[in-house]
Design a protein around this ligand. Structure first.
Ligand code: AOF
Ligand code: ZN
Length: 365
């Protein structure tokens, strides 16, 4: 679905920089999490009301570009305007062109930035703007912008991909019945949604146990129009793949004995968003090491009783050690986006972000 990523703000004129930044932050949260950060931009033209743009997700227009595209399409004069943006404008050509050049070409004279972009390939935009004679103010609502992208920033600092972990489970937290049967716990709509997530990521990882049990292909569904190239399949573990398995016969499959080895190799291969699909032990290893930046729970309305728990080896022995999560507010605010939690047929999807360690909410007495 094409997201309308820019529009006029109802406020007419006279927004302070901080008010404009607040609006930019609110709209940044309309985007979806993944390889790229959530970013919003408010353009303050001299002769018309503010225009807001946001980055909808990896591969789509950056926030500043979305706002400038809107201004151009609607004949709004951008010469002498101020650009208020939640992240330092990029200076590189990645999936899209450099925002710094768009800002310079538009005749913007003042850029107001919340926080610096630490990404080694994109950073340095503020200096580029200054060198072009544009006044640059930084640090406006910096903490808020950093909080919105805390896990993306951490992934950049740790030099690893952004990691989404997916769990499909019963009401009582099982990912398979006692005899190992697991296809299909969730219904058609939930599975279609999960395939849409596969189409957005760069790589999909499973443990060797899942690779041996299910012989998966780890491809995004071929009829998904958003798929330009299939995600890279990744198998993590010490057991070898059977030579006749789908993954062993895919020349793109990356195998690694450990999570660390996998992350190093994936980053080197240009992977910026990794989806971890299972099984319970691998997902739990990511969660236990605080490497799950986002958790997607597809919850099916069934009870599996003596089934196989959807997590294994988390080493939680008392409530105090629980891994806490919070419903992600991002991606839910936009009128055309989906709510969180989201009903998918008979199932429910929860999009969760991990609580910061040491800030566990007390869930009980
Ligand atoms: C901006 N504005 O709205 C965002 C930025 O792969 P690309 O071309 O989309 O570039 C992604 C990188 O650009 C991303 O990792 C981050 O450093 C920066 N994101 N920059 O000027 C935006 N989303
Ligand atoms: Zn950019």
């Amino acid at each position: 679905m094409e997201v309308q990523a820019a529009f006029l703000l109802p406020e007419s004129t006279g927004l302070t920089h901080e008010q404009a930044m607040r609006a930019a932050l609110d709209h940044a949260a309309y985007g979806s999490r993944g390889a790229t950060p959530l970013v919003g931009a408010v353009l303050l033209p001299l002769h018309s009301g503010p225009v807001v743009g946001f980055h909808a997700g990896a591969g789509t227009a950056h926030a500043e570009a979305a706002a400038l595209d809107f201004a151009r399409a609607h004949g709004i004069d951008t010469v002498g305007a101020t650009m208020v943006v939640t992240l330092e404008p990029c200076s590189h050509t990645g999936r899209t062109g450099p925002c710094t050049q768009r800002i310079i070409d538009a005749g913007i004279t003042h850029a107001v930035i919340a926080t610096a972009d630490p990404n080694p390939t994109a950073r340095g935009g503020a200096d580029v703007l200054r060198a072009a004679g544009i006044a640059v103010t930084t640090g406006v609502l910096a903490a808020e912008s950093q909080a919105l992208n805390a896990r993306w920033l951490r992934a950049v600092h740790e030099n690893r991909p952004f990691i989404t972990c997916k769990i499909a489970q019963s009401l009582d937290g099982c990912s398979a019945a006692a005899d190992g049967t697991s296809q299909w716990i969730t219904g058609e709509q939930a599975r279609a949604h999960a395939h849409g997530i596969r189409a957005r990521v760069d790589a999909i990882a499973v443990g060797t146990g899942t690779a041996l049990a299910d012989n998966p292909r780890l491809s995004a569904r071929p009829d998904t129009t958003a798929v330009t190239s299939q995600p890279i399949p990744v198998v993590i573990g010490r057991r070898p793949l059977p030579p006749e398995s789908h993954l062993a016969n895919n020349p793109r499959t990356i195998t690694a004995e450990t999570i660390d080895e996998a992350l190093t190799r994936l980053k080197a291969a240009g992977v910026e968003h990794l989806l971890v699909e299972g099984g319970p032990r691998l997902v739990s290893s990511f969660i236990g090491r605080d490497l799950a930046d986002e958790l997607l729970i597809y919850q099916a309305p069934v009870l599996l009783g003596e089934g196989l728990p959807s997590t294994a080896g988390l080493n939680v022995t008392t409530l105090r050690e629980a891994h806490g999560f919070t419903l992600d507010g991002a991606g839910a605010a936009h009128p055309t986006a989906h709510p969180n939690p989201q009903v998918l047929g008979a199932d429910v999807l929860l999009r969760l972000v991990p609580d910061e360690k040491g800030h566990h909410v007390h869930r009980n007495h």
